[in-house]
Design a protein around this ligand. Structure first.
Ligand code: CXF
Ligand code: ZN
Length: 382
């Protein structure tokens, strides 16, 4: 390959500053260094965390950056010491790593790998990469690699501990969704909550993560799955993934926890917050039944504190969080791709829009206007 060892010039959507549209630029992507993999991104979806990062008011650090963390592509070249990947391999870049060696990887109960880009950059905000490890540049400036992935670029460079190898037959424009949203929601139900057969669940927020959570609750055998959203247009789609009941909090004068308690003889066994709102997190917790109810949050909000009354927990409820659905990423993503290929896991139903990279700002507008579920950007035809 004539690009191996050379800087690649390619197109990327650059976030130069907060709250401004992305700009399609020609950027320079350096060759991979030791233990790194350079990936040609073929497809990437947008996730609400990309939007949150770009638009959170007052955020001053972390720019310029290349956002995007729900992508899939093909290995272009590998750096020294990389043995698990070769050019031509289909891969999914991961924002949660799995080195396989640290004490967190060795513990079967967590996916919080210590070699994750986030843990290796002390003092840095969780959602930006250090400029010393970015391989991307534009107009002489280093572009920060958002979540260590930067999939809104035709090429990116990722550490090999954050890359999952997937089968050659996998359609990249669908399995890219396993890079964040679908794995996050599905795993929140199956791994983090450990939803039990015959149980009652409530899922708050019916975006991509919420719908994947509904799908996970169904796969785990829940007999009742209550979908909660302030937009009733989301309900038909939730039904496709297995929701059995629908509640619009706007239709009720009383708190949602009281509405759900009345529907379920005291509260649900499992609840999930898939919005990123601290009010919804509290509502979801308080909708669980006392004694054994488990509430899992998947939504992200780093600017507000959560709160509840102590008695909620003293009464036996458990409040948990789930990052990337609790999946140990490198080993689990290929398995999830396999489940999709065998028809056991739905992905196509999440994709409501497809666009080329240069229309990425329209894809952001769709998220802002809460239209559709996932937009997949096609970056390359080969
Ligand atoms: C987020 C979760 C919180 C940290 C940054 C990544 N997940 C994906 O969108
Ligand atoms: Zn995401």
């Amino acid at each position: 390959m004539d690009t191996v060892g050379k800087v690649i010039r390619c197109r990327a959507a650059v976030a130069w500053e907060p709250c401004k549209p992305l700009v399609i630029e020609e950027i320079e992507v350096a060759p991979p260094e030791a233990q790194e993999v350079r990936i040609k991104i073929v497809a990437t979806a947008l996730c609400h965390t990309d939007l949150y990062f770009l638009y959170e008011r007052g955020r001053r650090e972390g720019f310029p950056a290349v956002l995007g963390h729900e992508g899939a592509g093909i290995v272009e070249s590998v750096g020294p010491g990389v043995t698990r990947f070769k050019p031509g391999d289909k891969v999914i870049p991961l924002f949660v790593s799995q080195c396989g060696e640290c004490r967190f990887c060795l513990n079967p109960s967590t996916n919080q790998c210590d070699k994750s880009w986030s843990s290796q950059r002390p003092g840095k905000r969780y959602d930006v990469s250090s400029d010393t490890t970015s391989r991307l540049k534009c107009r002489g400036k280093t572009l920060l690699q958002y979540l260590g992935t930067s999939t809104f670029s035709e090429y990116t460079v990722v550490n090999e501990v954050a890359v999952a190898k997937i089968p050659d037959s996998a359609p990249l424009d669908k399995v890219c969704l396993l890079g964040c949203g679908v794995a996050t929601g599905y795993g929140a139900a199956i791994n983090t909550a450990k939803v039990q057969p015959g149980s009652t669940c409530a899922v708050f927020g019916l975006g991509g993560v919420g719908l994947a959570t509904v799908m996970g609750c169904k796969a785990a055998g829940a007999s009742r799955i209550i979908a909660v959203d302030v937009n009733k247009d989301k309900f038909p789609k939730a039904k496709v993934f297995g929701a059995t009941d629908f509640v619009n909090p706007k239709d009720h004068d009383k708190p949602i926890s009281q509405v759900l308690a009345e529907m379920t003889n005291g509260g649900v066994d499992f609840s999930f917050e898939c919005v990123g709102s601290v009010e919804v997190m509290r509502g979801a917790l308080e909708s669980c039944i006392k004694g054994w109810g488990v509430s899992v949050l998947t939504g992200y909000n780093d600017s507000q504190d959560m709160s509840t009354r102590c008695l909620q927990l003293l009464a036996g409820r458990t409040w948990k969080g789930s990052l990337f659905g609790g999946y140990k990423s490198v080993e689990s993503v290929p398995r999830l791709v396999g489940e999709y290929m065998e028809g056991k896991l739905q992905l196509d139903e999440f994709v409501t829009h497809t666009l080329p990279l240069d229309r990425i700002n329209e894809a952001f507008d769709l998220m802002i206007n809460r239209e559709g579920i996932r937009t997949v950007l096609h970056l390359s035809t080969h």
